[in-house]
Design a protein around this ligand. Structure first.
Ligand code: F6R
Length: 254
């Protein structure tokens, strides 16, 4: 893993992600980028959308890749991750190329074809990730194999509870299964950027970065990637804002 960078606020983290995106776009006019959904990403996407609307970032050449999705959803499911991304990122930035998971009918052939299409793009340049309260990345729940591929998974009770807010009906309506890129799939990206903000992520982020590299904490597995970077706010990093050490870039070993 390359480094952990700590910022005072989620807004500063968002600025750093947008800066990195600008660098990637300067290197490749048509970069292949994996985008997550979730609360962590809201300020990040707000910043990216603001820069795009003021002409500072042009994302129209981006080939977006879907990272995870509930199983069984279709184009009309309002609570789908695809609909969420469309609203918060794709439509306002004009990203029209978006490769989706075969969430409605995730047959083995469709899942394999999803990965083959990514390979036909030449692989992923940048995988942006969040981290779940249980250490999941995408929907790779604890225990997911490090070499796992895109597949159907059962969601943890805790993950379903965390996602209840997106489903207007009761918990019973949060799907029990999801389709997710595997950890092996994610780690094939040339660069991985994991974003963590808020005190509620502090304990799991500490475990992921300083505990054993283990399938029990899927996010810890990114430490084996030579170009993985974690961007955290002070709260998620367990530091006080404006702590002079909070602005340092720590080097971490795998
Ligand atoms: C969602 C995804 C998840 C989230 C994680 C954190 O597409 O990949 O792994 O990144 O659950 O979610 P928030 O940011 O809502 O805490």
């Amino acid at each position: 893993m390359k480094s952990l960078r700590i910022f005072d606020t989620p807004t500063e983290v968002a600025g750093a992600v947008a800066d990195r995106l600008a660098e990637v776009l300067a290197q490749h006019p048509r970069p292949v980028i994996t985008f997550p959904t979730g609360s962590t990403m809201l300020p990040v996407y707000r910043e990216i959308v603001a820069r795009s609307q003021t002409g500072q970032l042009d994302l129209r050449g981006v080939q977006g890749i879907q990272l995870d999705e509930y199983a069984g959803v279709d184009d009309h499911t309002e609570a789908s991750f695809r609909a969420w991304l469309h609203e918060h990122l794709l439509a306002p930035t004009g990203i029209t190329a978006f490769h989706t998971l075969p969430a409605h009918d995730p047959t083995p052939a469709a899942l394999a074809s999803y990965e083959q299409v990514i390979a036909s793009y030449g692989g992923v340049d940048l995988a942006i990730l969040g981290i779940g309260g249980n250490g999941h990345i995408a929907f790779n729940e604890p225990g997911s194999p490090a070499d796992s591929r895109t597949r159907v998974v059962e969601l943890d009770r805790r993950t379903r509870q965390a996602n209840e807010r997106y489903w207007t009906d009761s918990d019973a309506f949060v799907p029990t299964r999801a389709v997710t890129q595997g950890i092996g799939t994610i780690l094939e990206a040339r660069e991985v950027l994991l974003i963590a903000t808020g005190a509620e992520k502090a304990e799991i982020l500490h475990e992921a970065l300083h505990g054993p590299v283990s399938e029990h904490v899927p996010a810890s597995l990114i430490r084996s990637h030579p170009h993985a970077e974690v961007l955290a706010d002070a709260a998620a990093a367990g530091r006080q804002p404006s702590d002079s050490s909070a602005r340092e870039s720590d080097r971490l070993s795998a």
